[in-house]
Design a protein around this ligand. Sequence first.
Ligand code: CA2
Length: 150
Amino acid sequence: MAQTIYVLNGPNLNMLGVREPEKYGAATLADVERLCGDTCKRFGLDMVFRQSNIEGELVTIIQEARLKKAAGIVINPAAYTHTSVAILDALTLTELPVIEIHITNVHQREPFRHHSYVSKVAKAVMAGFGVQGYSLAIQGLAAMIGAKEK
Ligand code: CA2
């Protein structure tokens, strides 16, 4: 049976491609979903792709990933990266491999973006590759969970 990975997106990422294209690029969240789906397909992975603007909803989806026996999580927690102990705790409780991804290089941005709660549990962090980073993050997770390219 195919392994399933969860690709999760935090607040305001539904605005991708609609606002601030100079910072976040022209791709929409639907484009990112397609990119991630194509990458998962290459590795024979099933994908659940979600976005929420609500912290508690993200916690519930993370808990769902564990219940559904997902093989790992790729997450762009957006602003919750820098604020959310609840998301850190939920990710920790899953005991799943977690890859943190950011479209921008957060370390070149405001100091408040330099700290990440999620990094405490992430196996790896991807930042600054634009939306292509999602595909790279999935490829890294695939290697970690032993999914081979078809
Ligand atoms: O670089 C990233 O991927 C971020 O996670 C994006 C977050 C930001 O708070 C993090 O510090 C870094 C912001 C997501 C907001 O997305 C937008 C997309 C288009 C237009 C406006 C916001």
